[in-house]
Write a protein that binds this ligand. Structure first.
Ligand code: SAM
Length: 217
């Protein structure tokens, strides 16, 4: 019989967690995060997110485009973007512990420790050509109330790439019948338009992932 691989994953998705509680969980997890996510769980999310962003930005000069990695964590998405030639990347995350590890990798220009929600981030309007956000949407993590703020900091014509576990759309009350309708309302308001919505297998083994790409108007 195969030994069960235990990870910190499920203890980090408390639907009732406060932002401070989530940040503390990730501060505590940060030291083993990369090993658990990439080696034990073979997570494909960061790669899928980086690949989708590369596709959206096709034709742009990679060293010039400004990217914000939202819920950046330890920088797994940015590591992949840097390998593709994107070098102008900032990070925002609510966990200082995760950002401290990201900083050591020297892949970000600016690291911002803040909660992404309806609160204004310390970022000017229309700053970025694109946002990458992998696993920022999960139980107890970001909610739909942050979407206008993400749109605010992206230039018109820029892209927002959201990758996460598909099952959260159905299993997490906060997203069920709420997250995608909120996205659609922002489209109805003329703030962005959906470019693609793709479900892919094995975000984690046996668990689908989803990547939704929007273009800011
Ligand atoms: C599963 S990790 C993903 C990290 C990275 N994007 C990756 O793919 O490995 C989720 C990250 O989201 C951050 N996070 C959760 N809710 C947040 C919020 N409301 N604002 C900012 N960061 C948040 C956590 O601190 C954590 O670093």
């Amino acid at each position: 019989m195969l030994a069960k691989t235990t990870t910190s994953l499920d203890t980090h998705h408390d639907p009732n967690s406060t932002p401070e509680g989530t940040a503390k969980c990730y501060n505590d997890w940060s030291g083993t995060y990369d090993r658990e996510i990439m080696t034990q769980l073979s997570c494909t999310g960061p790669r899928e997110c980086a690949d989708s962003l590369e596709k959206a930005l096709d034709g742009s000069t990679r060293k010039e485009v400004r990217i914000l990695d939202v819920a950046a964590g330890t920088g797994l998405v940015a590591e992949r973007l840097v390998r593709k030639g994107f070098t102008n990347i900032d990070a925002v995350d609510g966990s200082q512990g995760m950002l401290d590890l990201a900083e050591k990798k020297q892949i970000y220009r600016r690291l911002i420790c803040d909660f992404v929600g309806p609160n204004p981030l310390d970022i000017e309007n229309d700053t970025y050509d694109a946002i990458a956000c992998c696993a920022g949407f999960a139980a107890g993590h970001m909610k739909d109330d942050c979407l206008p703020e993400l749109i605010r900091v992206v230039k018109p014509g820029g892209y927002i790439v959201l990758t996460f576990r598909e099952e959260w759309l159905h299993q997490y009350e906060e997203y069920k019948d709420k997250l995608e309708p909120a996205m659609a309302r922002l489209q109805d308001q003329g703030l962005w338009e959906r470019v693609s919505r793709e479900i892919f297998p094995n975000y984690y083994p046996g668990k689908d992932g989803i990547t939704i790409v929007y273009k800011v108007l």
